[in-house]
Design a protein around this ligand. Structure first.
Ligand code: SF4
Ligand code: SF4
Length: 435
């Protein structure tokens, strides 16, 4: 694609990167075929190629975004399915991040929109605030019909109660056994996940400890920063990124870290991108690069570093039919697809991929709260595709997808780490108690 940035404009690091990305696009439109919003809405501007033109227009001409542009950019899920399809290697992720940040700086959203986005930005990344809002929400849940559609959706996605934590809160969870630990890893505790599904971190810690790895959960690191990053709130996001990078790098230097484990693929994708985000920052670039290089999804880490002690499958009475939902951030963002499937197969159960599995379930961070109609349609399609494989339960590696899919079906859904923990000596997940 031809670009016309001036020399002055190219002094800006984001313009410079975006120019390189834009020049790779050959307008072929292959990406449209796998874009969920293009398939659903049929508008060129609701597909990646159209959005690329919109972003080019505002950044190259340095003009403020308008209502029409914002509408189409906001409808993008950041699922990155288009990146998997693109034959030219266009990094749409970095381009839309730039576009969103430009929108945030140049466009004044309607009041209700600003209120909602600021609320999400000020509540979701903070576990305590989120818990308080969750408790308040459970009180008003019976009256949710009185609220506008978006608030109603938000209330419906909130659990009625939060599960109790079974593992005491500690900074270091020591490896089991007499031998020297095989590794020392940091776990990203996450923000929303540690409140609504603490069992995921608990299964991850148990599993790693049982196989000889020491797990460090560094105080003060909760959110990875992607929530604000995807809302276009770059300053807030960068503050979180910086805090996390400094804390992990300090731990790496002083006590040693072999990996940083993420068990939420959305967060893992962002952690792996810290090195790009701080590429121009003299103080942070080396540290950010190290943090990104150390980051591994839990499935990736287990596959590469741990000899899992699966319990002999004959000891388990049943063979389950499991549907694997490949989260977009896992398959498109981190290009991890077969690894979790192969791990689950080692439990001796039958694993089925979901038809049209490259399409998003509609969760996409805060998307299901901001673009409720599109998210609901995508969820409906996802559930109907899940039903085609008739599973007894579903598994995935991303809390957003777990919450979204659970809101549309009674088929139990759990994190892949919970299955691996169970089949290597951990407890059977409570959600499967009737199976
Ligand atoms: S990120 Fe997803 S929704 Fe956005 S343009 Fe690409 S394929 Fe479409
Ligand atoms: S597939 Fe890639 S090169 Fe083709 S239009 Fe989409 S982004 Fe551009």
């Amino acid at each position: 694609m031809e670009t016309h940035f001036s020399k002055e404009q190219l002094k800006d690091k984001d313009n410079k990167s975006s120019e390189k990305i834009l020049r790779k696009c050959v307008h072929c439109g292959f990406c449209n075929t796998t874009c969920p919003t293009y398939n659903l809405l049929g508008d060129e501007l609701d597909g990646p190629r159209g959005r690329i033109y919109l972003i080019k227009d505002i950044i190259e001409n340095n003009k403020p975004a308008n209502e029409k542009i914002v509408k189409h950019i906001d409808r993008c899920l950041s699922c990155y399915s288009c990146m998997t399809t693109c034959p030219s290697g266009v990094n749409y992720m970095h381009l839309i991040d730039h576009g969103r940040s430009h929108i945030e700086k140049t466009y004044k959203r309607p009041f209700s929109d600003r209120l909602m986005r600021n609320f999400l930005s000020q509540v979701m990344p903070y576990p305590l605030r989120f818990r308080i809002i969750g408790i308040l929400t459970s009180i008003i849940k019976p009256f949710s019909f009185m609220f506008p559609e978006k608030i109603k959706s938000m209330i419906s996605l909130m659990p009625i109660s939060f599960p109790r934590k079974n593992l005491p809160k500690k900074e270091i969870y020591f490896a089991q056994g007499e031998k020297k630990p095989i590794a020392r890893v940091a776990l990203l505790a996450g923000c929303v996940q540690q409140v609504i599904a603490p069992q995921i971190n608990e299964a991850t810690i148990r599993l790693l400890n049982r196989h000889g790895a020491e797990v460090v959960v560094i105080k003060g690191i909760d959110c990875c920063g992607s929530l604000n990053h995807h809302l276009g709130k770059s300053d807030l996001a960068n503050k979180t990124f910086k805090k996390n990078i400094l804390a992990w790098y300090d731990e790496y230097l002083n006590n040693g870290l072999d990996a940083i484990i993420s068990n939420t693929s959305g967060c893992g994708t962002t952690l792996k991108d810290y090195k790009f985000i701080f590429r121009w920052d003299d103080e942070l670039k080396k540290k950010a690069k190290k943090v990104s290089e150390l980051t591994k999804d839990i499935s990736e880490y287990l596959e590469e570093n741990v000899k899992l002690n699966f319990i002999n499958k004959n000891k388990n009475e049943k063979e389950y039919k499991i549907a694997y939902h490949s989260a977009c951030s896992m398959q498109h963002g981190q290009k991890i697809h077969d690894v979790p499937i192969n791990l689950i197969k080692k439990t001796g159960n039958k694993v089925f991929e979901i038809p049209e599995g490259h399409f998003c379930c509609g969760s996409a961070g805060t998307y299901n709260l901001l673009q409720t109609d599109i998210a609901k349609k995508l969820l409906k399609d996802k559930i109907s595709n899940i039903k085609k494989v008739n599973p007894q339960f579903i598994t995935t590696g991303n809390i957003g997808c777990i919450t979204q899919i659970a809101s549309g079906t009674k088929i139990p859904i759990l994190h892949t780490a919970e299955i691996i923990d169970w089949y290597t000596g951990g407890p059977k997940p409570k959600i499967l108690k009737n199976l």
